[in-house]
Design a protein around this ligand. Structure first.
Ligand code: COA
Ligand code: AMP
Length: 633
């Protein structure tokens, strides 16, 4: 590859990370400049911009109000599910946030306190997040599709002083009442929460518990606006829980200063977005994409962001995304490949596209799961713009592999997420820790220190951070993904090396589902595997061994298991398929052969592991998977 802008930038970031990031940090307002760009005194734990003082909310709102963007639209709430459209200028958003910060302060929330936010895609979710940032409280947003038990786990880990929620979320054809889920979660949690602030939505009124619950509107009416508090750049901005291999979610910590630097940098470098542009991440505030590219990235960069409460199809049709792009002049759209697969399925010839003027759209970005070349090619044909697959994870906070549109657009190779983003020294290692030759699959790792914006630690669990990510290869961060780098330096992600699966762009733990299945009184043991799915990328499938003597109808038990996962993890787990089997295939040491079962379900070639205790079990498993319709086609 010839020396290019990209190569120069990347090399600078790797050769002199401190100089590189100190320069990019200048784009923001610092209450006090850092003492050290990178504090490596506690390696392998690193802190960026140590000694600096900084407030994310000031930089995302007040700074723009003071420098000429007061009347520019900051946030557009577009909700086909409720028929609402609302726009907030930077001034209006700043004022709402300041008022809600006052509400939190009046509830005794102060710097360092945690606030759990369990909300649907309404502007108040972003307002609550920014209000926390304003006063130095640490927010922890929980995705609305999670059930009470998952919410309770996060409440127990984060130990919030307050919870902010809404009366309901709206899914096509049904209202999801949040309040009963919240009340149940608070019952289940051992941690006691002092106050809950509840947004009553017209679609459903929740009953409030006196002394604990406050009505959002009433609280706002009497609130004193709160000013931005000066914080350490290294203070936590938020904790976001993500799926690990067990049922216990991992609390990813993000700090104020380095996160804001990374966000601002990426808006231009990766997405080629300028202040004033309209940027749309069609995701949910409950996921990292929502944190980074619905709320913080676009606002820190002075853009207009869109909160879309709807789906790619069915609200009202597969032209929904085109309508939003045309109505609001979207320059770049970021979504999960599954959304495009859903659109393609309903409108394969793109007939609905003809109804809209999409001339403002310059790029489509896809992430969250593997982008299959068919989807990329279809989207590129339909839209006539570059379709950029890029790779990252909750832990990193922003893209680590991308075709950086604001540095140097490079040729797109469908199936590859392109090249490492400046700041991320990506390598592929074999089991022994040696770099593998180009083209060979290995474990994807990032040489420490990670770029600014990546997690400095896990919430209340530094040992867990070190053990999960930094121990396998000393000096490197373990991504948990396997992949390869080709001759041109392009990276392709092939699979996870653990039991995390990706269902419709949602990261889920099969281990968590197994824990739920195992809690059923009739279940002796079980395995959940992620099988390939044309629409959602992957779907969970359960294989369950019953306790001796259980003679109830298998269909009844399967029905109960499906209901149990929905009740305990949430609808978002999309767990609908399970088979009762006599035994699970295992190695002689007792390890369940999930990978082999996955290969059978996907119709892939596999070799019978030499360590299997009884190869005949695989025939039984094949029959059971056949009975569920796997392999497909
Ligand atoms: N609150 C409550 N329930 C929710 C929810 C939320 N915020 N989000 C999803 N659910 C429910 C859905 O209603 C569905 O319930 P059901 O089993 O009763 O039908 C279930 O969880 C599974 O949802 P999902 O996986 O989204 O499937 P779907 O069939 O409803 O929709 C797509 C399929 C492809 C249209 C949809 O997954 C989609 O829009 N994906 C884009 C993904 C995305 O934005 N990912 C974020 C990372 S970038
Ligand atoms: P999350 O933390 O929810 O963003 O999920 C991160 C995981 O999703 C990664 O570790 C990958 O396994 C997968 N992932 C994200 N983006 C991509 C991509 N562009 N291609 C392939 N896998 C991806």
């Amino acid at each position: 590859m010839s020396t290019s802008n990209y190569q120069t930038e990347y090399q600078k970031s790797v050769d002199n990370p401190q100089g590189y990031w100190a320069q990019h940090a200048q784009a923001l307002h610092w209450d006090k400049t850092w003492d050290r760009v990178l504090d490596d005194s506690d390696a392998p734990l690193y802190r960026w911009f140590a000694g600096g003082q900084f407030n994310t909310c000031f930089n995302a709102l007040d700074r723009h109000v003071e420098s000429g963007r007061a009347e520019q639209t900051a946030l557009i709430y577009d909700s086909p599910l409720t028929g609402q459209l609302r726009k907030y200028s930077y001034r209006e958003l700043r004022d709402e946030v300041a008022k809600f910060a006052g509400v939190l302060t009046a509830q005794g929330v102060t710097r360092g306190d945690r606030v759990v936010i369990y909300m649907p895609m309404v502007p108040e979710a972003a307002i609550a997040m920014l209000a926390c940032a304003r006063i130095g409280a640490i927010h922890s947003v929980v995705f609305g599709g999670f059930a009470a038990r998952e919410l309770a786990k996060r409440i127990d880990d984060a130990q919030p002083r307050a919870v902010v929620s809404a009366s309901c979320g709206i899914e096509p054809g049904r209202i999801v009442e949040y309040k009963p889920l919240l009340d149940e979660a608070l019952e289940l949690a051992s941690h006691k929460v002092d106050s809950c602030i509840l947004l009553q939505r017209p679609e459903c009124q929740a009953s409030l518990i006196e002394g604990r619950d406050l009505d959002w509107n009433e609280a706002m009416a009497g609130a004193e606006p709160a000013e931005c508090v000066t914080l350490e750049a290294t203070d936590p901005l938020y904790v976001l829980y993500t799926s690990g291999t067990t049922g216990k979610p991992k609390g990813v910590v993000r700090d104020h200063g380095s996160h804001a630097v990374a966000m601002t940098y990426s808006m231009k470098a990766v997405y080629n977005i300028e202040p004033g542009d309209v940027f749309w991440a069609a995701s949910d505030v409950g996921w990292v994409v929502g944190h980074s590219y619905i709320v913080y990235g676009p606002l820190l960069h002075g853009c207009t962001t869109i909160m879309y409460e709807g789906k790619p199809v069915g609200t009202p049709d597969a032209g929904a995304f085109w309508r939003v792009i045309a109505d609001h002049g979207v320059k770049a759209l970021f979504t999960a490949p599954t959304a495009f697969r859903a659109i393609k399925k309903e409108d394969p010839r793109g007939e609905l596209l003809q109804k809209y003027d999409l001339s403002t759209l310059k790029t489509l970005f896809l992430a969250g799961e593997r982008s299959d070349p068919d989807t990329i090619n279809w989207a590129a044909d339909m839209l006539g713009v570059p379709v950029v697959d890029h790779w990252w994870q909750t832990e990193l906070g922003w893209p680590a592999i991308a075709n950086c549109q604001g540095i140097e657009p490079m040729p797109i190779k469908p199936g590859s997420s392109s090249v490492p983003v400046p700041g991320f020294n990506l390598q592929v290692l074999d089991e022994a820790g040696n770099e593998v030759p180009r083209g060979q699959i290995g474990n994807l790792v990032i040489k420490l220190p990670l770029a600014p914006g990546s997690l400095p630690t896990m919430w209340n669990n530094e040992a867990g951070y070190v053990e999960n990510y930094l121990t396998r290869y000393p000096g490197y961060y373990l991504t948990g993904d396997a992949g390869f780098i080709d001759e041109d330096g392009y990276v392709s992600i092939m699979s996870r090396i653990d039991d995390i699966i990706n269902v419709a762009g949602h990261r889920l733990s099969t281990g968590a589902m197994e824990e739920v299945l195992a809690s059923h009184p009739d279940v002796a043991e079980c395995a959940v595997i992620g099988v390939a799915d044309e629409l959602k990328g992957q779907l969970p499938v359960g294989l369950v061994v019953l306790k001796a003597g259980v003679d109830r109808e298998p269909e009844t038990i399967v029905g109960e298991l499906v209901a149990l996962v929905r009740e305990q993890i949430g609808a978002v787990a999309a767990f609908k398929l399970a088979a009762i089997v006599k035994r699970l295939p295992k190695t002689r040491s007792g390890k369940v052969l999930r990978k082999t079962m996955r290969s059978i379900a996907n119709g892939e070639d596999y070799t019978v592991p030499a360590t299997i205790d009884d190869p005949l079990i695989l025939e039984e498993i094949t029959e059971s998977l056949n009975s569920l319709g796997y392999p497909r086609g």
